[in-house]
Design a protein around this ligand. Structure first.
Ligand SMILES: [Zn+2]
Length: 295
């Protein structure tokens, strides 16, 4: 990679700094098989895009609430989903920021796979090897199957998130996904076992950071990519991934080592605050849905 290309990437305002490093450079350097970015949430103007989509879709939501006949209701839901997809295409996919992501994938010789998770949420996977793409496609199919299965026959007493994201509670699925994202085996195993047992992982991880901080300093390098939860803050496997990433980025450009330092510090901070972030998000979503039905 040429110095000018690195400078160009790092000064491009269409991508978040963390995404440039973790999703693009680390995959480009072969330090992880694949990365995942959630759109529009992880675009620099993610919240604005989300709000713009909501504004377009909300007026149509009342159609569902106003329809009592189950068959007509289903048709109303489908038509709202179509509105959502159109909004996503016209707001997100047509944006400069979205285009920037695809352009950089091409410039860095990365393959990409876009997957619709919900009509207004897309996951963009980046990888180098064709084989990784095949494994990803298999996983995506499996996710569809798990979702259909749980909808057809919802086990009694299942919470909303287990209904919407059953794969997040399926050990085999989580392990394969973790491997593809380049997470250490010990951390993937702990995460998958926790989820299967119904442990609230975000809370566990935040608690671990707090305890470790009380004993001394926590090394942020264990949080070597965002939204990754090490089995323990001092997990040697996770720490060594972080050290390797830092060394290889420094090799590319000495300044990137410092940039990476602030990225992992941000990752650690997010893990520490994650339970609070989720609680705030849920409160916002509940308020939005109240507004939707009252307004
Ligand atoms: Zn570990």
């Amino acid at each position: 990679m040429k110095t000018t290309q690195i400078e160009e990437l790092m000064s491009d305002p269409r991508l978040l700094t963390r995404v440039k490093i973790e999703n693009y450079l680390l995959v480009h350097l072969g330090l992880r098989p694949c990365s995942q970015v959630t759109l529009p949430a992880e675009l620099p103007n993610g919240e604005d895009f989300g709000a713009a989509i909501d504004k377009r879709v909300y007026p149509h939501m009342s159609r569902i609430a106003a329809t009592a006949d189950p068959r007509k209701r289903l048709a109303a839901i489908e038509s709202v989903k179509r509105e959502m997809r159109t909004a996503f295409r016209e707001v997100v996919e047509a944006s400069d920021q979205y285009r920037g992501h695809l352009e950089w994938a091409e410039a860095l010789d990365l393959r990409s796979l876009s997957v619709e998770v919900r009509p207004t949420v897309q996951e963009l996977y980046l990888f180098r090897d064709k084989g990784v793409g095949k494994r990803l496609k298999r996983l995506m199919k499996e996710r569809e199957r798990l979702r259909r299965q749980v909808l057809r026959r919802p086990p009694p007493g299942l919470g909303r998130s287990r209904l919407a994201y059953p794969e997040e509670f399926h050990g085999g699925w989580l392990r394969e996904m973790g491997r593809l994202l380049g997470y250490p085996g010990c951390c993937v195993d702990r995460y998958a076992a926790d989820r299967e047992e119904g442990v609230y992982v975000e809370e566990r991880a935040a608690e671990q950071v707090k305890e470790a901080a009380e004993r001394g300093a926590v090394d942020p390098l264990a949080y070597f990519v965002g939204y990754f939860f090490p089995c323990r803050p001092d997990c040697e496997a996770a720490l060594s991934r972080g050290r390797e990433c830092r060394e290889r980025l420094r090799g590319l450009d000495p300044a990137l080592g410092d940039v990476y330092g602030s990225v992992v510090a941000g990752n650690l901070d997010r893990v520490r605050r994650q339970p609070q972030i989720i609680a705030e998000y849920k409160a916002r979503a509940a308020a939005a849905s109240r507004r939707r039905y009252e307004g």
